[in-house]
Design a protein around this ligand. Structure first.
Ligand SMILES: [Zn+2]
Length: 207
């Protein structure tokens, strides 16, 4: 098995999900598109696949499910919109192995009350440093779901969430709406389920 590939496994059986192209990808959500494409090029030059996305939330909701299935690291800025921050909380709840790196704009420490960040970089971003951080976190994403942070799944407040048997399900405790998903048969379908659950979560922010 390619050690740089995130092992996407069935939640209950721990069986690896089947085939298709699952090379891990770094999703960069930076407001300045020039910086984004530059860093993307630097990552690709160093052997990491990467893509620029409009925002973290948009990446989750709008991107092809295959891209979400492959997303091992999200790189975002500390000027996140509440929706983006919310989307990242959901990613953390659904699969804590997906790493989140924040780029800080100043000397002030970035707020991490929710322990959202796996890595913090400061501007201007050194491409080599970014690659090192992404590399270390990408390797963590290859760990089995049962290892380390994989056990620290935290459901966002106001929701009941089930990601495994008998099928993925989310319920909003404030309005009692629910969303049930079919059991994903492969990693791409897992991406579809993740997008559906995050979309539900964002639609039921209720504030
Ligand atoms: Zn609701």
């Amino acid at each position: 098995m390619d050690p740089s590939r995130p092992e996407l496994v069935d939640d209950e059986t721990s069986e690896p999900l089947s085939g298709r192209d699952l090379r891990p990808i770094v999703l960069l959500a930076l407001a300045d598109h020039f910086t984004c494409t530059k860093l993307r090029g630097d990552l690709i030059e160093r052997g990491r696949d990467a893509a620029c996305v409009i925002s973290a939330a948009a990446a989750i909701i709008l991107s092809a499910p295959s891209m979400l299935a492959r997303a091992s690291v999200f790189v975002v800025e500390d000027s996140l919109t509440p929706q983006d921050r919310n989307a990242l909380h959901w990613i953390r709840a659904l699969d804590p192995r997906r790493a989140i790196v924040v780029i800080a704009s100043g000397a002030e420490p970035v707020d991490d009350d929710a322990q959202l960040w796996d890595g913090v970089l400061t501007r201007p971003v050194d491409p080599g440093e970014l690659c090192d951080v992404v590399g270390a976190l990408g390797d963590r994403a290859a760990a089995p779901a049962s290892a380390g942070r994989g056990t620290m799944r935290r459901t966002p407040p106001g929701f009941e969430l089930r990601v495994g048997f008998p099928w993925p399900m989310v319920r909003c405790t404030r309005c009692s709406a629910t969303r049930h998903c079919e059991v994903p048969r492969d990693a791409v379908e897992q991406g579809i389920v993740m997008a559906a659950l995050v979309t539900f979560g964002l639609a039921h922010a209720h504030d």
